[in-house]
Write a protein that binds this ligand. Structure first.
Ligand code: AMP
Ligand code: MN
Ligand code: MN
Ligand code: MN
Length: 277
């Protein structure tokens, strides 16, 4: 089963429209697809129409930004929920609401280190007003010639602790999982190998997530190494969580992994899509 349950469209920080993304997934032989825009479900309608038109099975998806233990940002994926659920819609609107002010602060901080006009520059890449992300800043900073790659931009300016990084309070873990469950969906921790937490903290995060009603881990992610895959697979076994698989595709030439091009999941794990009807 070539399931790809993690990708971004222009409704958040991806570069393709939801329909273009669906067509690329179909061309790359994906046979179960989810669009998981950051804190946003407005792209799902267009994706659903395009998926129906080309016969690509699809479930609803979202990637919610969470603040955990004050200084860690964690991403929680939701799948197969009712995208008209008001609790989820209101929760996501609340998470998005802080993004513009954060982006203005990022612009001010970047200005102090010689990157001028970054807020306005980032906005040129934003198609969903209010959903401005660090990726939009990265596109502008590369285009303005300050760096050659996304990696360089994050390493120099946008990663935690760098001059353009602004601390922000997102949803709580309990809120994100609660909204997804309220809408009838399944909650999964995105790319668990990528967080800069200790081994103990990672175990505590997974245990808290499970206690809050979370059901899965993204064992295979385009943004995780094979070492991470093994580590996360072990966590899934220990905590008896379902396994998910997603490229985290953002756009041609920009992402670690193309949509639908990942290795298979370890065979012993129970897949998250076994829970979908
Ligand atoms: P935000 O939600 O505004 O904090 O932006 C987070 C997004 O920035 C992620 O979803 C990725 O798309 C992107 N990102 C974060 N770190 C990196 C990195 N090291 N290289 C490339 N993109 C990154
Ligand atoms: Mn992103
Ligand atoms: Mn993420
Ligand atoms: Mn993502």
């Amino acid at each position: 089963m070539n399931a790809d349950l993690h990708s971004h469209s222009r409704a958040s920080d991806g570069v393709l429209t939801p329909a273009e993304l669906v067509q690329r997934a179909k061309a790359n032989k994906v046979d179960l697809f989810a669009l998981t825009d950051h804190d946003e479900v407005s792209g799902l309608r267009e994706a659903r129409v395009a998926a129906a038109a080309c016969g690509l099975p699809m479930v609803t998806g979202v990637e919610i930004s969470v603040s955990w233990r004050s200084d860690h940002t964690i991403h929680i994926l939701g799948f197969n929920f009712d995208s008209d659920n008001q609790t989820l819609i209101d929760g996501l609107a609340g998470v998005r609401a802080g993004r513009d002010a954060r982006a203005r602060l990022m612009g001010n901080e970047l200005d102090k280190v010689g990157i001028h006009g970054a807020y306005e520059g980032a906005l040129k890449y934003v198609s969903n007003p209010g959903l401005v992300s660090r990726s939009h800043f990265a596109r502008h900073i590369v285009e303005a010639g300050h760096a050659k790659t996304f990696g360089e931009v994050f390493d120099h300016w946008l990663a935690k602790g760098k001059p353009g990084y602004v601390t922000h309070v997102w949803a709580t873990l309990e809120q994100a999982v609660g909204w997804i469950r309220d809408a009838g969906g399944v909650a999964v921790i995105a790319h668990p190998g990528r967080y800069r937490v200790s081994k103990n903290e990672l175990h505590e995060l997974v245990a808290e997530f499970k206690a809050a009603g979370g059901e899965g881990l993204e064992v295979l992610s385009g943004s995780q190494s094979p070492d991470d895959t093994n580590k996360v697979a072990q966590l899934a076994r220990k905590y008896e969580l379902l396994a998910s698989r997603g490229s985290d595709f953002h756009g041609p030439g920009e992402s670690w992994m193309d949509i639908g091009k990942m290795p298979p999941l370890p065979e012993d794990l129970m897949t998250v899509w076994s829970r979908f009807n």
